[in-house]
Each structure stands twice: as structure tokens, then as C-alpha cells.
Design a protein around this ligand. Sequence first.
Ligand code: NDP
Length: 340
Amino acid sequence: MENKKLGWAIVGLGKFATEQLIPAFKDCKYSELVALVSGSPEKAAQVAAEYGLNTPNIYNYQNYDTLKDNPAVDVIYIVLPNSLHAEFTVRGTQAGKHIMCEKPMATNVADCQKMIEACQQAGKQLMIGYRAQYETYNLKCIELIREGKIGDLKLITSDHGRPLKPDKPEDKWRADKKLAGGGSLMDIGIYSLQACRYLTGEEPVEVSAMMHNTPGDPRFKEVEENITFSLRFPGGVLANCSSSYSFFETKRFQAFGSAGNITLDPATDYNEHYLTLKTEEGTEEIKLKGNNHFAAEIDHFSECILENKTPKTPGKEGLRDVKLMMAIYEAAEKGQPVKV
Ligand code: NDP
């Protein structure tokens, strides 16, 4: 495995792909960017030139299926608007490639199931890009909880928010329900949901929720602005979460235990993390070296493919979150708790 690098194709050259994922390949040991798929030939040519890719390895959404004839590509990474994830996963795996797909996995449960089945039928792996699960500070929080550093875990709170700006290309489709599937919950509330699941290591059994859109705000004609949701875990832990498309930048969680608290704020930023542990002995800031977690998640998938192992965040992890988000919407709409 020492010198083996798998070839990756990135689908959708938007803000996240060009600013975070593509630059991360320089820090990868087992993964190399070899192809691009884009609706914009000019942008693709520019990115290819910047990263020294062969121009024949530029594809568009129509000739995407011909990736099957390109043996240099082992893995396709789908970084498209949410409702397109399913189609491009199914087509990609039918072209004989392994698939990494961005969060949220899809906009409904049936699409998630279709994606999992298509990958199984093709004998290919599927991973969801839950980068926080490959990030050093988030992993440290899990370790502190498992080691009992805060005693028995009792409660988690987590909040994610940012103002939606549909005049920017990356936010235009986020205000469009057909492309986004939902609003702040599907986009960033999913980080709060994920945090509660990986910090407890359990699956929630009940959810309740409330939603609010500012009347008359044109950004929220189709998708929700603010949502709060509560989760009950089988071991007795409760969680209170929120997501917002109108808060000031917020990406935090806090875990409360019988003997201490952990705060990670920011928790899910691209670069910055601030971790404190509060116990009887006082409040300690925990400083870690930090890692390029985009490279870590990309390499994790390549390693799993090379060693024929299931990734840490496979398709069923994405399906679980989509099922839970649907239950959260149902609870908010009914004004009643929903068992899951
Ligand atoms: P952008 O709008 O910046 O990028 C999406 C790209 O998809 C576009 O640039 C375009 O690329 C392509 N595209 C194809 N069809 C359409 C269409 N109908 N409308 C708009 N774009 C289209 O979005 P982001 O990069 O912010 O998000 C992309 C995905 O990545 C989403 O699923 C999002 O949830 C996820 N994401 C994950 C993050 C994380 O931290 N894990 C952070 C940010 C986003 P082209 O011009 O090349 O065809």
C-alpha cells in the first residue's frame, strides 16, 4: 500500500470543492485528484491548469457516464447541490467507481436507500463526507467522554447558524427546496445532529422540534430559517439543538456530565477549534496539533478501498441522519414528539 494512490474525480466545482477539498489533496497519502466533472468548461479548465490535471480528464454532466472508460479514476466525490447527490451516486457507481458523497446524503430516505443499493449491486463502496468525524478536536471530545473525564454524560447542546445570502451562488440553490431538500437543518443543523450521535455513541429514540420563519422574509419562502430540536437517547442522555439561517456564525457544542463539562466552540469550523474542559480542578483549555481533516477523510476512504474495509461513515450513516431529519420536520409540523 506504501506507494499506492487512488485516483479521484470531483463532481461540481463550487465553493466547497474549490476552496477546501481540491486543495486538501496535497496533504493526502493515498489519494490523488485526477479528474473533474463540471457544467462550466471554463472553470474546469482553470482548475485543471492550476492543479496540473490532464485536460482529457475533464467531464461534464452529460458525458459523466463515460468515466467508466477511464481507469485512472477509482473514486468519484460528489459535491453537488443536495437533491443531485442520488442521481450522480447511482450513475457514478454504475460507471464502476466507488463513491464519496457530501452531506446531507440526499433529500429523502428513498434516495438514500437507492444510493446504498446501487453501490451494493455494483460491488462498490459508499462513504458520506462527515468531515467532523475525522477532525482531531471532535475526536478528542469523544475520547474525553468515553474515558469518563466529565463523569456520566447527561446533556448535550449544539447550535449551528449563519445568515443565508441567496445573492451568492452557493446560497442560491440553498433557498430552493427542490435542490436543497430543506433549510438550515439539512445544511448545518445536521452537524448538531451528528455531534449528538457521535458524542453519545447512541441513536436517538425520540425527537421533538419547533420551527420558525420570519414572516415576509423572501429567503424563507421554501426552506426553514430557524429550527430547534430535542433528542432523547436510550441511555438517558438528552440533547437540545438548534440551527439557523439568520444567526451570526455559530458552530458549537457543549457536553454536560456529572463531573464536568466540555465545550468545543468553534466545533465544526474548517480550521479553528477551541476546546475547554471544566471539572472540579478548574477550567483547562486543551490545545491539540490539529489536522487537515479534509485530507484525513479523503485518505480514510482510499485506505478502506485499498484494504477492502467499510468506511467509518458509510451510506447507512447518511441514511440515519436523513431519517432523523425527516422525523424532526414531522415533529415540528405536528407539534408533537415523534418516536424513531
Ligand atoms: P456551490 O453552489 O458552491 O457548489 C455546487 C456546484 O454544483 C456548483 O458550483 C456547480 O458546479 C454544480 N451544480 C450542478 N448543478 C447545479 C445546479 N442546478 N445549481 C447549482 N449548482 C449546480 O455549493 P457548495 O460547494 O457550498 O455545496 C455543495 C455540496 O457540498 C452540498 O451538498 C453541501 O451540503 C456540501 N457542503 C459540505 C460542506 C462540509 O463542510 N462538509 C461545506 C459546504 C458544502 P459546476 O459549475 O462545476 O457545474
